[in-house]
Every structure is written in structure tokens, then in C-alpha cells.
Design a protein around this ligand. Structure first.
Ligand SMILES: [Zn+2]
Ligand SMILES: [Zn+2]
Length: 392
């Protein structure tokens, strides 16, 4: 078996990992690079047989819908089958709203879907996807079995989200020992600790709702589990308000996951309309907003002294040069952060590695892969370069 990390051995976004046997070849993720620059144009990936027809590729699997994992999808040769989760496919189709998204939409419509825990085969590689908690819902890790070996690719994951506690049990009872663990290491180059759990954010928002009549939350529309938790934190007598796009995404979540947890169903949401303005102004609300002209104009219609904007995104978007976000946050008298990482803390990375006791560990999706040897000194860590072929 061979592993090639085409991109992501020394950077956080834009990952692509290849696993090949003597007869089959699959890729996991094909993402766009992340950047702090607002007008950044991501470098296209060029992978033989995937972005051209020089050799065969049997499938590309996607762990989740974030752009740093899926952004290069349209660059994949059209006759290569692509696979993703059922809800991932629905969310992606709903987010393809511009004319420029047409090609992406066509490719996603043809994508095959898989179910958590349901094994399927591509050539001689058996693949079992497992649900993991991340800031994108419907995120997966993949167990790959072929040629008598077992490889686990974690994708992006964390233990401090609403479903995070399930992971240690899953590793113990469903996955067991693996030969190679390919693990995301975002937090190796960041603070490494996690300040809050998603549940704590939900408690914090309840306090803001007592303090301010008008609570605006600036959050990625696809961070659906957090948004459900915020909606459930709104007290009786106040409104949970969103726009039609956000409403549609939340309906998708309820339709697919409503039976799994009360968190995802029966949200008392209402779509913003000018005719409802008086009712909103009188009773107060929590409103999901994004930085665009329409929401700027809505926020200006409410008393800024009674308003707070909660910033529920990665701080790098706010602090990067020429960011429009500081100006947006000034629309209300007050703003405050309300965020936690989508990625596993260093302590949780250690815990996962310990539970799996893999023969080898390959860090990806990190700016500081060497940091894994520092926090797990007794493990056999393999530090690769982008494009390097590693056989085992
Ligand atoms: Zn992600
Ligand atoms: Zn990522």
C-alpha cells in the first residue's frame, strides 16, 4: 500500500491525500488553500490521472463540505466517481447559488453518497465512513482496509462539539487497532487548547439574550449544529430570525437528522420581512446575519444601544488586512466573540492517538507537523513532504 499526501503536509487548507494498492487508487479530499488575503486566488492542484488522463483513478472521497477540502472538485476529471455524505451533498447543492457555481452543481448532482458505518468497496479497497464532530455537520473519518492493512484517515474533527463524546467509544468499539493513522493537526500550530465547548457557547448566548434586546450573530450559514443550539437558546417571547437561505439549510438538517436528536428539530424560526419589523423591534430577537448589504441595512434599523453583534467565526477573518468585518461589527454599540475551534485540541489529539495505538502516524492539515512528535514523543510519527510516495 502507498500513501501520497499531495498537499497538506505543511499547511492547513487545500488538502488532498492518495491511498493506492497494486490495483486501485483513491483520493480523499481535493481542497482549496486558505489564505489571510481577501483577494487570494487558490493554486489549482495538479495530480496525474486525477486532474488529467495520464493514468487511472478509481474514486475521490470527500470528508466534508468545507472549501479547503472540496474546493478543487471541479478540477477532477469528470469520469472519476466522487463520493460524499448524503447531507453534505444536499448542503453543497443549496450553497451553489451563483451562476459561477453551475459546474460545481453539475458535478455534485452526479456524486455518489455513502452512509455512516456502511462499508463499500472501490476496487480492492474497503471503505467504512464514520461520523465525526466538526464545524461542518456530516463530517467523516474513513477506515480503509486493503492488502491486509488498515488505515484511518480522520478528516477534520474535534471532541468538544455536541457529538464529540461519541468518538472515543467509536474508536474503541468500531475501529480498533490500525496500522496507519492519518490525522489532522490544525491545533499543533495554534494555541492547542480549546477555550469553550459548543454547549458552553449556548449558555453564553442565553446571558447575552438577557442583557440585550437585539442579538445579531455573525456566523457561517453552514455551521448548522451551532445555529440550532443558538435557536434553542432563545427564550419564550423572543424571536429566532434568519433569512430564506439560512432557513433552507436548517430545514435540510431537520429533514435528514431530525430523528437523531431534538437539537435538530422543531426550531421556532421566522424569516425576516419588513412587515414583521414592528413585532421584532417590540419583542427582541436573536438574528443570524452575514456581512452583506442587506443585513447591514437590517441591523441599522434597530437601536444600536440595545444591540450586540456576536462574532461567531474564526478570528483570522476579522484581523486580516482590508477585512470589512471590523466595520460590520461597529454597526452595533457592542460586539463580542462567541466562537470555539472546529478542530481537536492537542490533548484530544493525544487521546485519539493513544486509543488507536497505530504503528505509524502521519500528520496532515497542519502548519507544524513536527509538533505531533513533541506532544506524542513515544509514537512513530512519519513526517512527509507534499507529493512524497510512502510505502508500508
Ligand atoms: Zn473543515
Ligand atoms: Zn479543513
Amino acid at each position: 500500500m502507498q500513501i501520497i499526501v499531495h498537499r497538506g503536509t505543511h499547511q492547513i487548507g487545500g488538502v488532498a491525500t492518495e491511498i493506492r494498492t497494486s490495483s486501485a487508487r483513491i483520493l480523499i479530499d481535493m481542497g482549496d488553500e486558505l489564505s489571510n488575503e481577501a483577494d487570494f486566488i487558490p493554486r489549482p492542484l495538479s495530480i496525474s490521472g486525477v486532474t488529467d488522463d495520464r493514468e487511472a483513478c478509481d474514486a475521490v472521497l470527500f470528508t466534508h463540505y468545507h472549501g479547503d477540502h472540496i474546493g478543487q472538485l471541479t478540477n477532477i476529471r469528470p469520469n472519476i466517481p466522487i463520493y460524499m455524505g448524503v447531507l453534505t451533498k444536499e448542503v453543497l447543492l443549496a450553497t451553489c447559488r451563483r451562476k459561477t457555481d453551475l459546474l460545481m452543481k453539475e458535478r455534485i448532482q452526479k456524486a455518489y453518497t455513502f452512509e455512516p458505518g456502511q462499508r463499500f468497496k472501490v476496487g480492492d479497497i474497503a471503505i467504512t465512513p464514520f461520523w465525526v464532530d466538526h464545524s461542518a455537520c456530516d463530517s467523516y473519518m474513513f477506515l480503509l482496509e486493503a492488502e491486509g492493512k488498515r488505515v484511518l484517515h480522520t478528516g477534520d474533527f474535534r471532541l468538544h462539539g455536541f457529538r464529540g463524546k461519541a468518538l472515543p467509544k467509536l474508536l474503541r468499539w468500531k475501529i480498533g487497532k490500525v496500522d496507519v493513522l492519518i490525522i489532522e493537526g490544525t491545533q499543533l500550530s495554534r494555541s492547542g487548547t480549546v477555550s469553550f465547548t459548543e454547549r458552553q457557547l449556548q449558555q453564553q448566548v442565553k446571558k447575552y439574550m438577557q442583557q440585550y434586546k437585539y442579538v445579531f450573530v455573525l456566523c457561517a450559514a453552514t455551521q448548522l449544529e451551532r445555529i440550532c443550539a443558538l435557536a434553542k437558546a432563545v427564550p419564550a417571547g423572543k424571536y429566532f430570525v434568519c433569512d430564506g437561505y439560512q432557513n433552507k439549510l436548517l430545514d435540510l438538517l431537520q429533514r435528514h437528522w431530525g430523528n437523531y436528536s431534538a437539537l435538530y428539530r422543531n426550531l421556532k424560526k421566522i424569516t425576516y420581512g419588513k412587515n414583521l419589523h414592528e413585532r421584532f423591534a417590540e419583542k427582541g430577537f436573536l438574528m443570524m446575519v452575514r456581512d452583506n448589504r442587506q443585513f447591514r441595512s437590517i441591523i441599522r434599523r434597530f437601536d444600536p444601544h440595545q444591540s450586540v453583534i456576536l462574532y461567531s467565526m474564526w478570528d483570522g477573518y476579522r484581523t486580516r488586512p482590508n477585512s470589512s468585518l471590523p466595520d460590520f461589527l461597529n454597526l452595533a454599540e457592542h460586539w463580542a466573540p462567541l466562537h470555539t475551534s472546529g478542530h481537536s485540541s492537542q490533548a484530544d489529539l493525544q487521546q485519539v492517538i493513544q486509543k488507536l495505538s497505530p504503528r505509524r502516524v502521519i500528520p496532515i492539515h497542519t502548519e507544524y507537523p513536527e509538533g505531533l512528535s513533541r506532544i506524542c514523543p513515544t509514537e512513530k510519527i512519519v513526517l512527509l513532504q507534499d507529493g512524497q510516495v510512502w510505502s508500508f
